[in-house]
Every structure is written in structure tokens, then in C-alpha cells.
Design a protein around this ligand. Structure first.
Ligand code: TMP
Length: 215
């Protein structure tokens, strides 16, 4: 898989209410201004079938969803998304900016739900081969602030309605992965003003643009 890849693959991660939507718009705009061909997408979702799986995953329901079911649905949506959208875009030389990817699985299903990380790794290898994001932009914010923002947006989905401890585990799992993979991760302090957050993001993007020009 990796050999044919030409574009760069960036994922944007973080807990609830960290400002992903606004900052994703900024990232896409900035790359377009720099004449980088870019495809913007999200997980779970990104293709018609994967978006249907997303609806099934997010819908609040009375039935208890088993952790393995949730994990398999995440990776089912991802397999379709990769085949139909991400890989063709990368192979065509586009950059792909994805609102969440497999690091979210390590944080939510691994950290949040407590699933064994090696089970996630098995599916990651099966579905992705050796494809991994070139850069993971992690928007980091204390959980209480993020949750307050998320609650103001209205009705909560199946993930947003988890208890605060769940999101504390999600945040720790992200920070732990960031510490283990300093070459891929860039941590952005999302508690600062929007201007300051975007200045930090701009540095990450400028670095990537110069790296891609050196290749
Ligand atoms: P969103 O709110 O960022 O659009 O993402 C939808 C929810 O799905 C969010 O609460 C995080 C969750 N999620 C996982 O639990 N595992 C995953 O692998 C992904 C991509 C998202």
C-alpha cells in the first residue's frame, strides 16, 4: 500500500469540544492557499456506506453495544473509506486531511472502553497494511472545558453522553500515544485563543510543506 502513496496523510484528533471543526476549516483553507491539492474527509464516515455505519455507531440506543461490535464497525467503516477515498486520493498525489483516524480508535476504544491495544493493532494491520498518518495533529484541552463546549452544541450522541471519566481516559490515551510517537504527533494547546491555536497549526503545516518539497 505504502509504496504507491504520493500525497501526505494528516489526521486531526482530540476529545470532544476541542475545536476540531473550526481548525479543520483553517487547515483546508491554509493548504489550498499554499496550492496544495487537498481532500478533506472524516471518520467514522467519508463514503456513503461509511457514513451509514457512522449513523449506526453514534445513534443513542437502549441496547448495550458490545466493545468488539463497536471496534469492528469502526474498522469496517475505515476499510471502505480507505479503499474508496483515502488511498485513491493519496495515490493521485492529493493530500488527505482526515477528521479523526485510527488514533481515535486507540484513544476511544483502547483508552475510553479499555480494550486491549494489541487487538486494535491486529485490525489496524489487517485494514491498513503499513499505511499510517504522516502527521497527527492532536488538539489537546482539559476534559471539563471540552465537555462544556460539547454540551452547548445540543443533543449528545452515543459517545458524547459517556461519563467524564471516559473522556479523561481518552485524553490520557492520546497524550500517551503522542509521547510514544513524537515523530508523527504534534500536540496543539487548544486552550489558547483561536489565533494562537492557529499559529501553532500553521507551523505544523509549513513544516510539512517544506518536507514535501524536499522529497
Ligand atoms: P466526531 O464527533 O469527531 O465527529 O466523531 C464521532 C465520534 O466517534 C467521536 O465521539 C469519537 C468516536 N470515534 C471512536 O470512538 N473511534 C474511532 O475510531 C473514531 C474515528 C471515532
Amino acid at each position: 500500500m505504502q509504496q504507491e502513496k504520493k500525497g501526505l496523510f494528516i489526521s486531526v484528533e482530540g476529545g470532544e469540544g476541542v475545536g476540531k471543526t473550526t481548525n479543520l476549516e483553517f487547515i483546508i483553507d491554509y493548504l489550498q492557499k499554499k496550492a496544495v491539492p487537498v481532500v478533506s474527509t472524516r471518520e467514522p464516515g467519508g463514503t456513503p456506506l461509511s457514513e451509514e455505519i457512522r449513523e449506526l455507531l453514534l445513534k443513542p440506543r437502549d441496547e448495550n453495544v458490545s466493545e468488539v461490535t463497536e471496534l469492528l464497525m469502526m474498522f469496517a467503516a475505515r476499510a471502505q473509506h480507505l479503499k474508496q477515498k483515502i488511498l485513491p486520493a493519496l495515490e493521485g498525489g492529493d493530500w488527505v486531511v482526515c477528521d479523526r483516524f485510527t488514533d481515535a480508535t486507540y484513544a476511544y476504544q483502547g483508552g475510553g472502553r479499555g480494550m486491549e491495544l494489541n487487538k486494535i493493532a491486529v485490525l489496524e494491520n489487517l485494514v491498513q497494511g503499513d499505511l499510517r498518518p504522516d502527521r497527527v495533529i492532536l488538539l489537546d484541552l482539559p476534559v471539563e472545558i471540552g465537555m462544556d463546549r460539547a454540551k452547548k452544541r445540543g443533543e449528545l450522541d452515543r459517545f458524547e453522553s459517556q461519563r467524564i471519566e471516559f473522556f479523561q481516559r481518552v485524553r490520557s490515551a492520546y497524550l500517551q500515544r503522542a509521547a510514544q510517537q513524537p515523530q508523527a504527533y504534534r500536540i496543539i494547546d487548544a486552550s489558547l485563543t483561536l489565533d494562537k491555536v492557529q499559529q501553532q497549526i500553521q507551523i505544523v503545516l509549513d513544516d510539512l510543506i517544506s518536507e514535501s518539497q524536499r522529497i
